[in-house]
Design a protein. Structure first.
Lengths: 175, 256
């Protein structure tokens, strides 16, 4: 099987019924899709499959053989955040951060789909399957609406990526 | 041992690989199977995946709506008619609807904590027929008959119904948060011969309420339906709410 993940073609060797979530995290070591509830209910494993948001925990990798997958890592970089990432950063839309990858990808797909400003109800509809256990919904919805209107200020205070963050990848860990 | 995976490239190939269904686990959208497989609760030996089988056609031809088994619930939320769309929109959330299929919805095994197969209510009310294949070949039967048959021995190919033209009502009751399973769903469609009443979200499968169709008395819904207790609602609450929902649906259909 082959996947194009964030623009890079990858040969996949996991068994065909492996969840896309675990292919990304355990085989490719891409850890922004989080292993939350792992039954489709929480939203944090959401990735884009050919541009459309899908639950990677509910997606058997064989069913997306040949597809193009986008994770949070494919949207922007610390020095060059995507508009939704920048809006989340500037408007304090992330607290613990566990739901943030799924929220940002679903919001990015919503703005892509509508092609312009989105209303509050559109955001609630598009993010309805994404749970924020910090209950930071107000700032999240505000950030998505601001990003959709192009109201994104440059980000000045992103921590340097040279800060030497420890390697936190632990196989099987949800984080 | 890892499961053997079968990926047919046509409906004919899918039917051939399915055979009489013995020992075959059919994989539609995966929204029910994936958590069970990933957690190790389900260890299927042979899995028939339908994503390349071509069973995803959706058409309206001569007033007959034909929905392939692999059409997503998300697609149904956008059409082909308002009755089905009204219930499809309530299933799961945007991403789950995009994966979930109509074939999976009518084949879903009973859930432990909540009831599945919400689309059964509108499909019964619409007079839908299920075209399936398995031991003994192909057959087409009313959805309410299909639901009480040996569903594991049938491979759903298509669901079809005459496009509705009469009055209809959709009543659905859920807890007030995203992705909540139904407490009860009631769908009524009227046609030249009378009304058809479908109820779902109240037990292992959706049920056609013939008593209400004849009497038009909401209390008669409990003659055909015996609601269950689960994590979403108690049977007692469901019984009380069902009569309310059926009364509202009858009122709406009769006043339009």
């Amino acid at each position: 099987m082959r996947l194009t993940v964030n623009g890079i073609e990858q040969e996949i060797t996991s068994p065909p019924l492996t969840a896309l979530l675990h292919v990304l995290r355990d085989e490719l070591e891409i850890t922004s899709p989080k292993a939350g509830c792992q039954q489709g209910g929480c939203g944090t494993c959401t990735v884009l499959v050919n541009g459309e948001p899908r639950r990677s925990c509910l997606t058997a990798v064989v069913t997306v053989d040949g597809a193009s997958i986008t994770t949070l890592e494919g949207l922007g970089e610390p020095e060059r955040l995507s508009p939704v990432q920048a809006a989340f950063h500037n408007r304090y839309a992330a607290q613990c951060g566990f739901c943030t990858p799924g929220m940002i990808l679903a919001a990015t797909a919503l703005i892509e789909r509508t092609g312009g400003p989105v209303e509050r109800d559109d955001v609630l509809d598009a993010l309805g399957g994404h749970y924020c256990r910090c209950t930071g919904y107000v700032k999240i919805v505000d950030a998505v609406m601001a990003a959709s209107r192009g109201e994104v200020e440059p980000v000045a205070d992103v921590p340097s990526s040279e800060a030497g963050e420890p390697d936190v990848l632990v196989k099987g860990s949800p984080a | 041992m890892a499961a053997e995976t079968l990926v047919p490239n046509s409906a004919d190939e899918a039917a051939q690989l399915f055979g009489d269904g013995d020992g075959v686990t059919v994989f539609g959208g995966g929204t029910i199977l994936m958590p069970a497989i990933a957690s190790g609760r389900l260890k299927p030996a042979r899995v028939l995946l339908l994503h390349r089988s071509g069973l995803d056609g959706l058409s309206i031809d001569g007033g007959i709506v034909r929905i392939g088994a692999m059409v997503s619930v998300g697609e149904l939320a956008e059409g082909p008619d308002d009755v089905l769309a009204r219930f499809a929109r309530e299933v799961g959330d945007l991403e789950v609807r995009a994966s979930a299929t109509v074939g999976g919805n009518v084949c879903a095994p009973p859930g432990q904590e909540a009831q599945r197969g919400d689309l059964g209510a509108p499909l019964i009310a619409l007079g839908a027929r299920v075209r399936s294949i398995g031991g003994g070949g192909e057959r087409t039967e009313p959805v309410e008959d299909f639901l009480v048959g040996d569903r594991g021995a049938r491979l759903v190919l298509e669901i079809e119904y005459d496009r509705p033209s009469g009055a209809w009502s959709a009543q659905t009751m859920r807890r007030r948060h995203a992705r909540s399973y139904a407490i009860a769903n009631v769908a009524i469609c009227s046609n030249a011969d009378g009304i058809r009443v479908g109820v779902s979200g109240i037990g292992p499968t959706a049920v056609r309420c013939r008593a209400v169709e004849q009497s038009r008395n909401a209390d008669d819904v409990l003659k055909d339906v015996d609601p269950v207790d689960d994590a979403v609602a108690s049977a007692e609450y469901r019984r009380k709410m069902l009569t309310v929902l059926v009364r509202r649906a009858l009122d709406e259909v009769e006043s339009s």
